[in-house]
Ligand binder design. Sequence first.
Ligand SMILES: Nc1ncnc2c1ncn2[C@@H]1O[C@H](COP(=O)(O)OP(=O)(O)O)[C@@H](O)[C@H]1O
Ligand SMILES: [Mg+2]
Length: 267
Amino acid sequence: MANSDYILEMRHITKSFGAVVALSNGCVRAKSGEVNALIGGNGAGKSTLIKILSGYQPADSGDILFNGEKVEINSTVEAQNIGIKTIYQELALFEKMNVYENMYVGRELTIDRKPIKWLKVLDLKAMKQNALNEIKRMGFNIPNIFSKVMFMSGGQRQAIACAKALMGGAPSVLIMDEPTAALGVKEAGEIIDLMKRYRDEGAAIILISHNMRTVFEVASEITVMRLGETVAALKKEDTTEEEVVGLMTGAIENITDGRNMIGEYDL
Ligand SMILES: Nc1ncnc2c1ncn2[C@@H]1O[C@H](COP(=O)(O)OP(=O)(O)O)[C@@H](O)[C@H]1O
Ligand SMILES: [Mg+2]
């Protein structure tokens, strides 16, 4: 049975790439209106876990529960259709395309011209206008949507990636994989503010971050992974920066007292 407070739970996920066991027991969950920070050292399996959630790749075993029901997420489109939106660690932008082209690549808007059904005419006007509106709505400063991404700063690129991921309707689950890793303080602040806005509007957020200050500022729950395994799920107020870093590195092997909620994945 699911823990009904959580809109989403990933339970005991495994995933191997050939001989590499990326996940031996990946667990994470998310509650509407809250941030769950997913932390762990490099190679711990964080990105692999959330790529399964966003339909980018399948798990070998384990369950995904959405609103308490088991679901299968077989593609990124299926994930988006149930409201799971993802801002990936590797910015999936095309250097030689401009801003609105990047936002609509693979899902271009077309004008319906009936006589020749197979002839698709791109609706450039609508794509440009929508792209502008989305960027404005999110409060980002992108001076020129006709400029190629290769000429943009890290912060502008991350803003475009966010606008692209969040286009069209509020997410029910928002996954952010190290969204501020390559950014300066001011730009990182803008992305975190955006995340807080979605959180306050009711989205359930999974934030992967190495920045413990951010984690302890925004998260309600902290989920710690080590070597492909989720080792702890702790309420922020029940733990400290020192403790979760110890869990990440293995200096603290485990938390076996009542603070560790990891057993709730078996309820
Ligand atoms: N497509 C892949 N092919 C082979 N190995 C992979 C692939 N994706 C991830 N891995 C491996 O899985 C492990 C976990 O990686 P990852 O999920 O990216 O970790 P994290 O995001 O926590 O740094 C690493 O050992 C990584 O090299
Ligand atoms: Mg990663």
